[in-house]
Design a protein around this ligand. Structure first.
Ligand code: SER
Length: 866
């Protein structure tokens, strides 16, 4: 059975059983800093499990893209060495949100596997959480699984948690016995064993708790079910293959590697097969990560991507010297694009980033491996790579720890991981990378304390104060002169989000206005920081005023950002994806993924398009709809952003741009006035950054530039459009003048040569000349010294002083080398006159403070005489 058929059967089965089909979310979790990558199907449903969000359905089914290469669940170290681990995989799952629980969940799984997939019950095993009698009994009585095929395991195996915090609960896992030939042969071999015999296929989690940062478990308001089954593992069993890399999803990818390397996978050595596996998996995961907007970097998600690519580069050496990553990526895209259409538009970026990332690392990979060879030799008795050594490899050669571990392992060495972490920690502290604690940790607002944000329609409101915070505590009043935070029932203040900066403004109490110092969101409330101009208490009524000019400029820049993104996509293609944005009253900054550079013509076309749309004065259509509906209409959503699937806010600039956004916008595009890109540059490989201005700022820029050009045209006495040529002409003339001066200078010192030569004295029979030559460059000094030395070989010391600094050039003819030690002379010069210098054989060049030439002459003569 092909994977496509398995996908279909899975969806059909659960839809038939009342589940709503939900699309896979991005690999970048939506606004969830507790999670590096989407690592399970339930991630996108986290808030529903926690009771913070509801949907129109209580049963869902999905096939979710997942990454397990960092954070709590990581399989990176295993890939290449087992037949069943991947960093990127697809997780099939069914979910219940306060709907069915254990009985139905187990029954569904059993029916799907035994009926739809035709698994033989004789080969099926279940594990349950040690204390979960209910699940045990369901397996035994309801399903009729023999006792010998059910086992109880501890927390490590049968209690699932998403991350260090968040939803969690006991689970039951379904294993399939693949036969004794896959086993490790140990008597203890049973489900849960590390070998390949009992393959874990499906994990059914009974979500019951919300794990807190302190490790305690708070019961959830409503229980739920979260199940996950790796599509690839299911294919492995159904297609009766030995390894995941033999299933249909990998067939084309492995074929591509075979063709590129001329090595047949089935005939390859074990080492080479490991390299095939690693390349197939790692390039597949990198392709998906880049398509979702991740680019290689030195931190966070970008660093995991870098680690994966570098680890793959290490293994690739076993198969070829060529960089075959882009071609492998291409076959991944071909294989998966029909299911994940986001891949194709990102193809160029994927190939480009993989190419440069591998090339950049190639040299360091060789250096690092050589160093490691030395370490192996040095500690061949202890067989351990120390933390300091692993850190050195990381710091100097960019070797991720995972890479050092692989190579060490191949040599029978281990790595001191703790030692490595210690060194990392020291480095982090040095670079000041400590994470600052969030404010208001101690504040626990009552559920009724909510602020109604009215800032889309109004810039001024009067309402009641609901809470006051002073010194990180809830208080009843704020005394005059105290700085604290007030929470109002209604607020027009926009709090920084989605790149748009927080509003500025005032709080007016009776007739006194006081500026707001800061804004922050606490759960559903907006806290405003002020210094109380008079004592204020809970229930007092105050007025909140947004700074209109500030906000209007922000609105111009926000809508302009949307126009810019749409124009960029039109000009550069769908590969353009927002990767960052700052909407400020004075300017906008927009970061986006794009593999190439932008030409001045492209920049101009983008500007023209935006200005065209501004002139069309298109009224904005802002409305709320469901996420799915918006996506169907072709709306642009931003990866990593959290959207409520049932209600999203659409900013529609008809026939040009449609984005999901919570920001504040103009009424019609004409309000923006005009738009000008001021800077376009590379942010990092595969990412570009644009700065632009709008409205008043753009006009100011235009006026300033105009005034400058006008002045220049008057200075140069040319029409404005010829100013540039006039400047270029003048530069050319200036260059010529400098050349003339240089020539004249040369003529003048040449004329002087005879006089200087006459002043040469003899010390110990060596001709010696020590002269001050005013206003000469280091280059001049060198030329003069060489000329003197050619005419009368000897020892020459030339000094030029300028602006309290002096520079010197000293030359010694070859035949006197044995008599004068220039090295010793340099030391003496430094100790006596603070003149520092160095140079090639027979010369000394350098500088220091201003020196009186007579004093210097006396000193040098005395030194030479000695
Ligand atoms: N969340 C569970 C897992 O990832 C079941 O989907 O294994």
């Amino acid at each position: 059975m092909k994977s496509s058929e398995i996908r279909k059967k899975f969806f059909d089965f659960f839809i038939k059983n009342g589940h709503t089909k939900v699309a896979s979310s991005s690999l970048i979790p939506a606004q969830d800093p507790s999670l590096l990558f989407t690592n399970a199907g339930m991630n996108q449903f986290k808030d529903i499990f926690l009771g913070k969000e509801t949907r129109s359905y209580t049963r869902a089914v999905s096939i979710q893209k997942c990454m397990r290469a960092g954070g709590k669940h990581s399989d990176l170290d295993n890939v290449g060495f087992t037949n069943r681990h991947l960093t990127f995989f697809e997780m099939m799952g069914n979910f219940s949100f306060g709907d069915y629980f254990k009985k139905e969940a187990i029954q569904f799984a059993w029916d799907f596997l035994t009926k739809e997939m035709a698994f033989d019950p004789k080969n099926m095993y279940a594990t349950v959480f040690r204390e979960d009698d209910e699940a045990y009994d369901i397996w035994l009585q309801q399903i009729g699984l023999p006792k010998a095929q059910i086992s109880r395991l501890g927390e490590a195996d049968n209690f699932w948690q998403m991350g260090d915090t968040g939803p969690c609960g006991p689970c039951t896992e379904i294993y399939v016995d693949r036969g004794i030939e896959f086993g490790c042969g140990k008597i203890s071999c049973a489900p849960g064993c590390d070998c390949d015999r009992y393959l874990e296929v499906w994990n059914l989690v009974f979500m019951q708790y919300d794990r807190q940062a302190d490790g305690s478990d708070v019961p959830l308001k409503q229980k739920g079910v979260d199940t996950g089954m790796g599509l690839e593992r299911l294919c492995l069993i159904v297609q009766e293959k030995k390894s995941l890399f033999e299933i249909d999803l990998f067939e084309n990818i492995i074929n591509t590697i075979e063709n590129l390397t001329n090595i047949r996978y089935q005939k390859a050595t074990k080492e080479q097969q490991a390299a095939f596996n690693v390349l197939a998996d790692h390039v597949r995961s990198s392709t998906f990560l880049i398509a979702d907007g991740v680019t290689p970097s030195n931190e966070g998600r970008g660093y995991v991507l870098r680690k994966i690519i570098r680890r793959a580069a290490l293994f690739a050496q076993k198969l070829t010297d060529k960089n075959i990553f882009p071609e492998i990526a291409q076959s991944v895209i071909q294989e998966m694009n029909s299911i994940y259409p986001e891949l194709k538009p990102a193809e160029k970026a994927i190939k480009h980033l993989l190419t440069i990332e591998v090339e950049k690392f190639a040299q360091n990979l060789i250096y690092g491996q050589n160093i490691l060879e030395r370490y192996f030799e040095e500690s061949k008795d202890r067989k351990i790579i120390s933390g300091a050594q692993a850190f050195k490899l990381y710091d100097t050669f960019g070797f991720p720890l995972e890479l050092t571990k692989v190579i060490a392992h191949e040599h029978g060495f281990t790595v001191d991981i703790e030692g490595f972490e210690k060194h990392m920690e020291i480095q982090r502290e040095r670079s000041g990378g400590k994470i600052t604690k969030e404010r208001f940790d101690a504040i626990d607002l009552e559920e009724s304390v909510k602020t109604n944000f009215v800032g889309y329609e109004k810039l001024e409101t009067t309402s009641k104060i609901l809470s006051i915070i002073y010194d990180n505590q809830l208080v009843k009043k704020l005394n005059e002169g105290e700085s604290g935070w007030i929470i109002m029932q209604e607020s027009p203040f926009y709090v920084e989000k989605g790149g748009q900066v927080s509003d500025q403004g005032w709080i007016q109490i009776n007739s006194t206005k006081t500026p707001i110092l800061n804004l922050q969101r606490i759960e559903n409330a907006i806290a405003v920081q002020i210094v109380a101009p008079k004592t204020i208490s809970i229930d007092d009524t105050v007025t909140a005023l947004v700074d209109k000019k500030f906000r209007l400029n922000v609105m111009n820049n926000h809508t302009a950002t949307h126009l810019l993104q749409a124009a960029l996509i039109e000009v550069l293609g769908k590969e353009v994806k927002q990767s960052g944005s700052l909407v400020h009253p004075d300017y906008l900054r927009f970061d986006f993924t794009y593999h190439g550079t932008m030409t001045p013509e492209q920049i101009k076309i983008v500007e023209d398009k935006v200005n065209q749309k501004i002139r069309e004065n298109i009224p904005l259509n802002i409305y709320y709809t469901s996420y799915q509906n918006a996506v169907n209409k072709g709306v642009i959503a931003i990866f990593g952003e959290k959207y409520n699937p049932e209600e999203v806010r659409v900013i529609d600039i008809p026939s040009f741009s449609m984005e999901l956004c919570g920001g504040t916008h103009v009424q019609a595009t004409g309000d923006i006035g005009c738009f000008k890109i001021t800077e376009e540059s590379a942010l990092s490989a595969g990412q570009r950054r644009i700065f632009a201005v709008t409205g008043v700022k753009a006009i100011e820029l235009f006026q300033e530039t105009f005034t400058t050009v006008k002045k220049l045209s008057q200075e140069f006495k040319v029409p404005q459009h010829e100013v540039l040529q006039a400047v270029e002409r003048q530069q050319e003339q200036f260059k010529q003048t400098l050349n003339t001066i240089k020539k004249l200078k040369k003529q003048s010192w040449k004329a002087q040569l005879a006089t200087w030569l006459e002043q040469v004295i003899k010390i110990n029979n060596i001709p010696v000349g020590i002269f001050a030559i005013e206003d000469s460059s280091a280059e001049d000094l060198k030329e003069i010294a060489q000329a003197l030395n050619t005419q009368k070989p000897g020892f020459y010391f030339l000094l030029s002083t300028h602006d309290e600094r002096s520079s010197f050039y000293c030359i010694l003819a070859d035949q006197f080398e044995s008599q004068i030690n220039l090295k010793a002379f340099a030391t003496w010069l430094k100790d006596t006159f603070e003149l520092r210098g160095g140079g090639k054989k027979g010369t000394l060049q350098g500088g220091g403070p201003a020196i009186d030439i007579n004093q210097l002459k006396e000193g040098i003569v005395a030194w030479l005489k000695k």
